[in-house]
Design a protein around this ligand. Structure first.
Ligand code: ADP
Ligand code: MG
Length: 395
């Protein structure tokens, strides 16, 4: 099992970006930026209900090495992409029509320009070990490294929350993904040894301590992605918003736990809406309780909250799937595990477990074997602890 020393994975990715920059004939970079992926520990499907989410930055990283050019051109090379760099003029940045990944950096550069930042031309080399499209926010990491690197290059400071919003807007406008703020906030604002408690009602946030050296997080990627996920997501979001209308509140966040039984009796709520309201209101409560439990190092309580979150997403919100249910049920019963739940939008993707670090190897091996036997699929599994957010420095 790999070591979980903070910095090791990060250093590897940063080093390979610097080396690849040199191997491309560009010499030494002027600035290097790095940003982590993220996982949501608890608080699922409640961002659009004005709720609270609790992501952690994970030990998977995207690094960018850059050097200023004086011809107004931006040339981005990626170790994962085509041999030819993506090139465009900094004074004429246009959204690419074919969903090219360059739209993410382009959106960030346009956002910086809109804030009055004089973005220079530059050469860039991108390297990442954040799984792409795996629900661990490779897209936010990609946005963050460009934002951080350019700000460092020109010596401009920007409030981190403003940068997160700028990256979110890039994703909306240039990648056509109408995401909430969680991903960008997590990859930019997270602090090592802490989870980020983000209030989606007003974008305020605080750091929730989780730095026990004996406890960690395990991410188990089911490697399945079921159809219907787009429609399923929109349908639930819509149902929550219609239920809030019927309850006479702006968002379901405004329904306190104590008022839930009464709220569920509201005339006109469909059976589906009742389940959505129950999930949202109880999940917000669980998220707050999880912060307290983790800060108090009460892992049995925190684990129970994770398990209850999974049950709510499975039974009430109905966004789980057989593979995630199997992983959660199996892992919840393994020694050293406090709790396990699906994480992310659902219908596939990953599960997250809270566990004793000395159990990681055994738990990983047992769930990999059981999952393979049940579904014939190799799960991708890795451990992490809460990492720090994006950084940039003069190389
Ligand atoms: P997630 O953010 O969960 O990984 P998304 O669908 O939001 O999934 O973002 C994935 C997209 O982000 C990819 O399709 C690609 O366009 C872009 N992307 C992310 N990381 C990289 C990278 N290292 N190189 C190129 N494109 C990337
Ligand atoms: Mg994304």
């Amino acid at each position: 099992m790999q070591s979980m020393l903070e910095g090791e994975q990060k250093d590897i990715v940063v080093q390979s970006a610097i080396e690849a920059f040199g191997e491309a004939g560009l010499g030494r970079p002027e600035v290097v930026a790095v940003a982590p992926g993220r996982v949501n520990v608890i608080g699922e499907h409640i961002d659009y209900n004005g709720g609270l989410v609790l992501p952690a930055a994970i030990d998977r990283w995207t690094a960018l090495a850059v050097k200023r050019r004086f011809d107004g051109k931006v040339a981005i090379r990626s170790m994962h992409g085509d041999a030819d760099p993506i090139e465009f003029s900094v004074n004429d940045i246009r959204k690419s029509p074919n969903r090219c990944w360059s739209n993410y950096p382009k959106g960030v550069l346009v956002g910086l320009q809109a804030k009055g930042v004089e973005v220079p031309g530059f050469d860039a080399m991108l390297v990442s070990n954040v799984p792409v499209g795996g629900g661990l926010s490779s897209s936010a990491a990609l946005e963050a490294v460009f934002g951080k690197a350019v700000l460092e290059l020109v010596g401009v400071e920007m409030d981190p929350l403003d940068l997160a919003r700028l990256c979110q807007k890039a994703e909306h406008d240039f990648a056509d993904v109408p995401c909430g703020l969680m991903d960008q906030a997590a990859v930019i604002l997270c602090e090592e040894g802490h989870l980020l408690l983000l209030d989606c009602q007003d974008d305020t946030f605080s750091q929730a301590r989780f730095d026990d050296p004996d406890w960690g997080l395990l991410i188990i990627n089911s490697c399945v992605s079921h159809e219907l996920s787009d429609g399923g997501y929109a349908a639930r979001r819509d149902m929550c918003h219609r239920a809030a209308d019927l309850l006479g509140v702006g968002t379901l966040r405004e329904v306190p736990l104590a008022a839930l039984p009464q709220a569920l009796e509201t005339p006109g709520l469909s059976e589906g809406m009742v389940r959505c309201v129950r999930h949202a209101v109880t999940e917000i409560d669980r998220t707050l309780k999880a912060v307290d439990a983790l800060e108090a190092r009460n892992y049995s309580e925190a684990g129970k909250l994770l398990n209850a979150s999974h049950a709510s997403l499975r039974d009430d919100f109905k966004v789980s799937c057989p593979e995630l249910d199997f992983i959660a049920a199996t892992v919840q019963n393994l020694p050293g595990v406090a709790g396990c739940r699906m994480t992310g939008g659902g219908f596939g993707g990953s599960a997250i477990a809270l566990l004793r670090r000395d159990s990681t190897a055994e738990v990983s091996a047992r769930i990999a074997e059981a999952y393979k036997a049940e579904f014939g699929i190799e799960a991708k599994i890795f451990e992490t602890r809460p990492m720090g957010g994006a950084q940039a420095w003069k190389a």
